[in-house]
Design a protein around this ligand. Structure first.
Ligand SMILES: [Zn+2]
Length: 500
C-alpha cells in the first residue's frame, strides 16, 4: 500500500471546510441474540452459540428480543431522540459469507429513534452540539478470519474461517447529521463524540462498551469543500475504527489526503476506506454510491415494534445522570484544577478514579496513581492489555501510604506485585514484609551509623545549613533498603543534631 500524499494540516484547513459524519455501532449486552435464544457472549468456541434462526436454516422464524428493544429506546432517549411509535424491521439484502441469511435484519425508514442531539466537549474545552439523525436496531454479522495472508486481510489469504457466534447479536447504529463548523478540531470532535456515546451506553448499562472487543465501533465520514461553497464535497467512509485515538488519526489523515487530491485538481472517489493503525493511513475499500441498492423491504416475518407511551415514559424515568452532568458534578466534588480534570477525561480515566474515590481514596491520590504510575505502565504495554488492578486495590494502596505504613517507593514496588497477581496491596505488604520501618530505635541506630561516616553534618545542621541533612537521610534510606520513612528520618536527625 503506497502511502498517499498529504497536505500540511494547517494549510488544508486554510483552504477547505471539513464536514464529518459519524456512524457508531453499539453492541448490546443482552443475554440472548436479537432474534433467537442463542447466548450473546464474547469469547466462546466458534459456532457454539448458533441455532437454525441465526444460521438461517429454511423455515426458521425470528422473534424480537424485548430487552434489546428497551435498550435501544433508552439509547434513543439518552440522545434526546423522538421514539418511533410504530417501527418495522427491514431486510437489507447483500451477499457476504459472514451473514448466512444473505440479508441483514435492520431498520430502514422507520428507525426506533430519530432527531436527537448531543453536546460534546473537545479537549480545548469547546462544546459542539452534534445533531443525531437516527438510531436504529439491527443485527451483527458473523466474524470472518482470513488465514495465510500477511496482514490478516482477505487479500493474499489462502482460506477463510467463519464464526457465527456474533451473527444476530443486537446492535444499535447511531447516525449523526453532517457536522459542520468543527474546523481544525474535527478529528478531536470525532473521538470525543464516540467517547460520549460510549459513556452513555455504559452508564445506561446496555452495552459492555469495550472498544477493543468491538462493542463500540465507528465509521467516520469525511468530506471537504472550499470555504463558502454550498455543495457538500464527495465523502469517504473509513470503516470500523475501534479506538478513540485511531478515530482521531483517521479523520486527520483523510482531511490531509483529500486536501492534497482536491488542491492538485483531482476528484475524491466516494468509497469505503480501511484504517491501518500500524501505517497511520487509510486505504481504499470498495466504491460506495448513495444509490447502493440493498433492495430494502419490510421484514415479513416480524411484527412492527410498537412501544407504549407508558413503557417509553418509564424508561425515560430510569435514565441515569447525563455524562455532561456527571462530569460537572465530579469536577466539583474532586476539586481538581480545570487542566487536571480535562487530562483525566482525555486519558479516559473518569470511571477508574470515581470508583477509587468511592472505595475510600482521596481524589488527588486516586488521580496521582491512575494518571501517574499506572498510566506509565499501561503505556509501556501499549495500553492493549488491561491492567490487572481494581479501583478498590488502588484505594487500598493509597490508604497504606496515608497511614504511613508504606512510602511512595514501596508503594510502587507493591503495585508491581499487585499487577503480577500476587494479591491485594495489604496482603502483599504483609506477605513480603514491605512496611516502612517506623521503629524509632532502628532508625536512630541507622542515623548514628551514618553520622559516624559524616562528621561535618551535625555542626552544619546546628548552623542551620539543612541541605547537609540530605547526605545522611540518603545513607539511612539506602541502609534500610528504602523501607524507612524519609520524613521521620529527617525529624530524628534534626533532634539528634540539636541535642549533640
Ligand atoms: Zn441463534
Amino acid at each position: 500500500m503506497a502511502k498517499a500524499e498529504l497536505m500540511n494540516y494547517e494549510k488544508a484547513l486554510e483552504q477547505f471546510e471539513v464536514v464529518i459524519g459519524l456512524e457508531v455501532h453499539v453492541e448490546l449486552n443482552t443475554k440472548t441474540k436479537m432474534f433467537c435464544g442463542c447466548k450473546n457472549e464474547f469469547g466462546n468456541e466458534p459456532n457454539t452459540n448458533v441455532c437454525p434462526i441465526c444460521i438461517a436454516l429454511p423455515g426458521a422464524l425470528p422473534a424480537v428480543n424485548k430487552t434489546a428493544v428497551e435498550s435501544s429506546i433508552k439509547i434513543g432517549l439518552a440522545l434526546g431522540c423522538d421514539i418511533q411509535p410504530t417501527g418495522r424491521f427491514a431486510r437489507k439484502n447483500y451477499f457476504y459469507p459472514d451473514l448466512a441469511k444473505n440479508f441483514q435484519t435492520s431498520q430502514y425508514d422507520e428507525p426506533i429513534a430519530f432527531n436527537g442531539s448531543l453536546d460534546v466537549e473537545v479537549p480545548s474545552g469547546a462544546v459542539h452540539n452534534v445533531l443525531i439523525e437516527r438510531a436504529h436496531m439491527e443485527e451483527d454479522a458473523g466474524k470472518l478470519t482470513h488465514i495465510g495472508g500477511a496482514t490478516g486481510r482477505i487479500q493474499g489469504a489462502e482460506y477463510s474461517l467463519v464464526d457465527y457466534n456474533r451473527a444476530g447479536v443486537p446492535l444499535v447504529e447511531i447516525v449523526t447529521k453532517p457536522i459542520f463548523g468543527a474546523g481544525s478540531e474535527a478529528p478531536e470532535l470525532a473521538a470525543a463524540y464516540v467517547r460520549s456515546i460510549r459513556e452513555i451506553v455504559k452508564a445506561l448499562g446496555v452495552s459492555d462498551a469495550r472498544m477493543e472487543r468491538g462493542n463500540v465501533r465507528c465509521d467516520a465520514n469525511v468530506s471537504l469543500r472550499l470555504h463558502g461553497a454550498e455543495k457538500l464535497g464527495t465523502r469517504t467512509e473509513t470503516k470500523n475504527v475501534n479506538s478513540l485515538r485511531s478515530i482521531e488519526r483517521a479523520v486527520r489523515y483523510e482531511i490531509q489526503r483529500q486536501a492534497h487530491i482536491l488542491a492538485s485538481g483531482g476528484t475524491i472517489t466516494q468509497e469505503t476506506r480501511h484504517w491501518h493503525e500500524d501505517k497511520g493511513a487509510t486505504s481504499a475499500g470498495r466504491p460506495k454510491s448513495d444509490a447502493d441498492d440493498y433492495r430494502y423491504f419490510p421484514e415479513p416475518d416480524l411484527v412492527p415494534v410498537q412501544p407504549s407511551k407508558e413503557l417509553i415514559e418509564s424508561l425515560r424515568a430510569s435514565l441515569p445522570e447525563k455524562p455532561a452532568d456527571r462530569r460537572k458534578r465530579l469536577a466539583g466534588e474532586w476539586n481538581f484544577s480545570e487542566l487536571e480534570f480535562r487530562d483525566v477525561v482525555n486519558a479516559d480515566l473518569l470511571d477508574q478514579i470515581e470508583e477509587t474515590v468511592a472505595s475510600g481514596a482521596k481524589p488527588q491520590a486516586a488521580r496521582k496513581w491512575w494518571m501517574g504510575e499506572l498510566a506509565r505502565i499501561a503505556n509501556e504495554t501499549e495500553g492493549e492489555a488491561e491492567l490487572n488492578i481494581t479501583p478498590a486495590q488502588v484505594a487500598e494502596l493509597a490508604k497504606l501510604i496515608e497511614d504511613g505504613k508504606i512510602n511512595d517507593r514501596l508503594a510502587r514496588e507493591v503495585l508491581g506485585y499487585v499487577l503480577a497477581g500476587e494479591g491485594s496491596p495489604a496482603e502483599i505488604v504483609a506477605a513480603r514484609g514491605l512496611e516502612v520501618v517506623s521503629d524509632d530505635g532502628a532508625l536512630i541506630a541507622a542515623i548514628e551509623a551514618a553520622l559516624a561516616n559524616a562528621p561535618d553534618v551535625v555542626p552544619a545542621i546546628k548552623e542551620g545549613r539543612m541541605q547537609a541533612a540530605g547526605q545522611v537521610i540518603g545513607a539511612v534510606m539506602k541502609a534500610m533498603a528504602g523501607s524507612a520513612d524519609a520524613a521521620r528520618v529527617r525529624e530524628l536527625l534534626i533532634e539528634i543534631a540539636n541535642k549533640a
